[in-house]
Design a protein around this ligand. Structure first.
Ligand code: DGL
Length: 267
């Protein structure tokens, strides 16, 4: 069956993190109609149990797919992907792209063979990360650290609030302070909120570190999976849909606009 040019691509995260995945995808596919869904009522995911995330994400995506009929779903969240990707894939009829920790590109770029994985607490303990580490970084020491404060900092940044500079430094210290941390040269930003803090992380680094994330790879994957499909003639503003709309959501309006999302809806 052919896909209608107006059928959107649906990006899903607990909060604003998925915007770091949306941005490179929009750059590659400028006329892509976008639904950006944030589970603000369930935010944050990173401090939840596997069971909570696994119960929440497939159910919500089922409702979102029914409402917006996307051509493709992007789980723009490492926590949700490392826990629930296979369940979501088997439950939905549309193709699903996940976001998994960028250990492969990190290992490709590391000279010292010591890489950091900075994610949420839930992500860094997933067996999915062990598998990626074994597959792509078998000759590397892989340090892991989870930071819920950094997730909150990214949300605050996009609401335009003043930021505590210690948060980024503390998160990096969580990696640098581990055995082998003195040799770490590349950090995989394994939470989609963190590329939104690239400036803050770079400024907080005590020495130059290379930060990598999965955004560009996911954009290429969306492009590949939609090859041969039609897109609208012009770029239409996207829709941001939240599971809870409150003053925090309204404070995001300017940032959402900067990412091409001009309408806010409640699920
Ligand atoms: N942005 C999410 C991730 O990539 C999760 C942040 C959170 O809700 O804790 O893991």
């Amino acid at each position: 069956m052919s896909v209608s040019p107006d059928a959107p691509v649906l990006f899903f995260d607990s909060g604003v993190g998925g915007l770091s995945i949306l941005a490179p995808a929009r750059k590659l596919l400028p006329n892509m109609p976008v639904i950006y869904a944030a589970d603000s009522a369930g935010f944050p995911y990173g401090t939840k149990s596997e069971a909570e995330v696994a119960a929440r994400v497939p159910a919500l995506l089922g409702r979102l797919v029914e409402r917006y009929r996307p051509r493709l779903v992007v789980i723009a969240c490492n926590t949700a992907s490392t826990i629930a990707l296979s369940v979501v894939r088997s439950a939905l009829e549309v193709p699903v792209v996940g976001t998994v920790p960028a250990i492969k590109p990190a290992a490709e770029q590391s000279r010292t063979r010591v890489i950091g994985v900075l994610g949420t607490n839930a992500t860094v303990r997933q067996p999915y990360v062990d598998r990626l580490a074994a597959e792509h970084g078998a000759d590397c020491t892989i340090l892991r650290h989870g930071s819920a404060d950094l997730v909150a900092l990214a949300e605050a940044k996009l609401r335009g609030e003043p930021l505590d500079p210690n948060v980024a430094r503390n998160a990096l210290d969580g990696l640098l302070g581990q055995p082998g941390g003195d040799k770490m040269d590349v950090v995989a930003l394994a939470c989609t909120h963190f590329p939104l803090l690239l400036e803050e992380l770079t400024a907080a680094s005590p020495r130059p570190l290379t930060f990598v994330d999965g955004g560009a790879g996911i954009a290429r994957r969306i492009d590949y999976l939609t090859q041969g499909q039609q897109w609208p003639e012009a770029c239409e503003p996207g829709v941001a849909v939240f599971t809870r709309v409150d003053e925090n959501t309204r404070a995001l309006a300017q940032s959402l606009h900067n990412f091409g999302l001009d309408r806010i809806e409640a699920l």
